[in-house]
Design a protein around this ligand. Structure first.
Ligand SMILES: NC(=O)c1ccc[n+]([C@@H]2O[C@H](COP(=O)([O-])OP(=O)(O)OC[C@H]3O[C@@H](n4cnc5c(N)ncnc54)[C@H](O)[C@@H]3O)[C@@H](O)[C@H]2O)c1
Length: 326
């Protein structure tokens, strides 16, 4: 069975997903939605059978789709998901789920009531090194974790505004917060401090903090801290180090380094985690078996809640206990 796929949002990541999907067996790129018909047509052009649309309902009226990829900026969520839920079309939505918790929580309720298949683009969960870390943690006691996302500021305008992206913790560092949850369990409290040191004085239109650090208490008793900056153009490192009773597990994009007193073992990711994420989602769409999906809408809602709570804490100066919306 050939799956007919639509993509909403034709920027960097919408195009990246489309290219990967088009190379998969039994997948046809059928439709693209952008903020103008011209942009949508341009995105559709490389794919023989694809058409461009200016809005989601036009696309769904015209083409019978099996699944849709949502690759819009964080501020643009809400109506898109509601339309897909209404028409019972499974979707993979890129992280983060939104800029706040209210819109994603309402979508989450509708998704749950519909029983729709969903997947969220927390691709770190699909790294082979995340599997290895999970396996190693079964025989070790995790004590604490230190994570980071240190890099430059993405060029797109929406990223620089809180109402556009939600800021770095919500938009980017969410991957590390999600990995923390995936490997070490639920977060029960967060306290954060943010600042503006470099970017607002250097580039126009920057309203998001460019440094931040957050402390997390986990239900297990683990304590973690995650820091981020988007002011270091030469940096670009992201990862999570887990300190255990039997050494340190250092996870990054590349893979995992397992350090015990006199032994250092490196596991390099061989497979593309985005490809594994696509395979898991499309397998679910084809068969109804969702067991390979590692981040559903309901699960990602917990990560969203934590990063939004970090923003609230940085604003109020007070710790936030979780979950606060359930
Ligand atoms: N998982 C990852 O590793 C990863 C990496 C990069 C981006 N992302 C996520 O993907 C999403 C998109 O990021 P990007 O880098 O492609 O941004 P981008 O700015 O390059 O592209 C977003 C596109 O969406 C369009 N858009 C905005 N509102 C829309 C709407 N209502 N309907 C249709 N299109 C709309 C914009 O015009 C733009 O073309 C973000 O949430 C980002 O966090 C995830």
């Amino acid at each position: 069975m050939t799956l007919q796929i639509g993509v909403i949002g034709t920027g960097w990541f919408g195009r990246m997903h489309a290219e990967k999907l088009a190379r998969m067996e039994g997948v046809n790129m059928a439709a693209f939605v952008a903020t103008s018909k011209q942009k949508a047509d341009d995105a559709a052009k490389p794919f023989t059978d694809a058409r461009g649309y200016e809005n989601v309902s036009d696309m769904l009226d015209d083409r019978k789709l099996d699944a849709v990829y949502i690759c819009v900026p964080p501020f643009a969520h809400g109506e898109i998901e509601n339309e897909l839920v209404k028409r019972e079309i499974p979707f993979l939505v890129e992280k983060p789920l939104g800029v706040d918790i209210e819109t994603p929580a309402a979508i989450g309720q509708a998704v749950q009531a519909s029983g729709l298949i969903t997947s969220v683009g927390y691709h770190f969960r699909y790294m082979e090194s995340a599997d290895k870390a999970k396996e190693l943690l079964e025989g070790r006691l995790a004590a604490m974790a230190i994570g980071n996302w240190m890099g430059g500021m993405p060029g797109v305008g929406w990223w620089r505004k809180m109402e556009g992206s939600g800021g770095q913790f919500v938009e980017q560092t969410t991957h590390i917060v999600d990995l923390l949850r995936y490997l070490l369990g639920e977060v029960t409290e967060v306290y954060a401090a943010y600042g503006d040191r470099i970017m607002a004085g250097k580039e126009d239109g920057v309203e998001v903090p460019d440094i931040g650090t957050a402390t997390f208490k986990l239900a297990s008793g683990v304590v973690a801290s995650i820091s981020n900056t988007c002011a270091i153009s030469a940096g670009d490192r992201a990862g999570l180090h887990i300190y255990t009773d039997k050494g340190v597990l250092e996870l990054g994009h590349h893979g995992l380094i397992d350090i015990e007193s006199s032994r250092k073992t490196e596991y390099v990711n061989k497979r593309d985690p985005y490809q594994l994420e696509n395979e898991a989602f499309l397998h679910a769409v084809r068969t109804g078996d969702t067991s390979l999906i590692r981040s559903t809408y309901a699960d990602a809602l917990r990560t969203q809640e934590i990063t939004v709570a970090a923003n609230q804490s940085a604003k109020s100066g007070l710790p936030v206990r979780l979950p606060s919306y359930l």
